[in-house]
Design a protein around this ligand. Sequence first.
Ligand SMILES: Nc1nc2c(ncn2[C@@H]2O[C@H](COP(=O)(O)OP(=O)(O)OP(=O)(O)O)[C@@H](O)[C@H]2O)c(=O)[nH]1
Length: 406
Amino acid sequence: MTLDAQTLFLSMWVNVTLMSCALAVGVHWRQKTSRTGIHAWSAALLCQSAGWALLMLAFRGWPRGLSTLGAAALVASVGCMYVAVQSYLRRPVRPAWVVVPPLAVAVVHWLVFSHFGARIAVVNGVLGVQMGWLAWALLRPGAAASSWRWRWLAGAGLAASAPLVFGRMAIALWAPERYPAFDSPHWLNALGLLVNNACLTIGTLAFLLAHRDEAEQALRRLATVDGLTGVLNRRTLLERAEEQVALARRHCQPLAVLMLDLDHFKEINDTRGHPAGDRALELFADALRLTLRQPDLVGRYGGEEFCVVLPMSGLDAVRGIDARLRERLQHEVGPLLGFRLGFSAGATQLQPDDDGLGAVIARADRALYAAKSAGRGRLVLEGTQAAGDAGPADRAVLPPTPTIDP
Ligand SMILES: Nc1nc2c(ncn2[C@@H]2O[C@H](COP(=O)(O)OP(=O)(O)OP(=O)(O)O)[C@@H](O)[C@H]2O)c(=O)[nH]1
């Protein structure tokens, strides 16, 4: 069996065109997650398909114009691959890197068209540099936190293609008379078509994997994080807090739980509307996150109620957090919202006889209720007897700070 370049070309062209159409139709344009990356890859395949078709058509007529357009389309195709790669590596896309190479190649190809070696060398040189750079961006160690599977697949395909393209450039530069015409049955053409086809098929698989990984991450995020505020949702908070309680009990370490509830929140909704209420919740959660340390857990416990779990911490830490949060609300959040936001808080510590998280949260909730009953805008501490500590339990009501004035 001999490798027929025309049959190989046709099978590559049909494959690339079908993959491009299937991706464009199969991955909905309105889908929010990882939309840019997969559609950029689909556009790359479409440019490949157009580029190769134009190069073939150039043998039938208007060779200068059609082969110039074909060369520009192939370079534009690698520009679209760059957008796909940057999108999944979460790196910024420089529009100039997408637009300038195909335009420059088109101009130079048109100008040096009568010089066979030069025009082939220019196109292949630019393609080789683009592919080599992309392969490096994908394969270099520590390229991104994203999954190595798709990076490796896409990078390997590009790394295999780049030397072939550079080889074509070298022949065109130094032995143009030996350069095989694109439609001739030469082994170099057959090899190029085979590698190109394999690289694009593997690339499609790689970007589908990247797309799936990103969608999976988005789903995982949706399942663990509260959509409005970005803090943990109640279920995830309780799961992680339960683990922290078990650890604290095993190692006789302190652990504090702080419940916070916005004051007069209903009034904000009623007088300023729900969007203002939502914005207040978002800014409150942001302020809370900024006030906490990395190992602390924060979650939305109910509508305008938040729960904070502080591993390895006692009530002193709670006092500090409460004071810093009130400060932040007054000086940073208030001016952003245009009104003052206040909260009540109740806190407690893990006790040696607590049988689990439920008991600790129930005590913190009671302390929060006491803070509300005592006039809001304050912190109530309950149960200072820490795990492993034999001191008496007490309850302290911290003085109120200015509450909301909606
Ligand atoms: N905008 C908005 N409002 C919410 C959300 N979740 C709960 N709420 C509202 O929060 C309000 C809570 O009202 P209350 O339980 O009376 O609490 P409050 O007005 O803060 O009163 P105190 O806690 O006693 O100071 C209700 O009107 C809920 O509809 C939300 O996600 N967005």
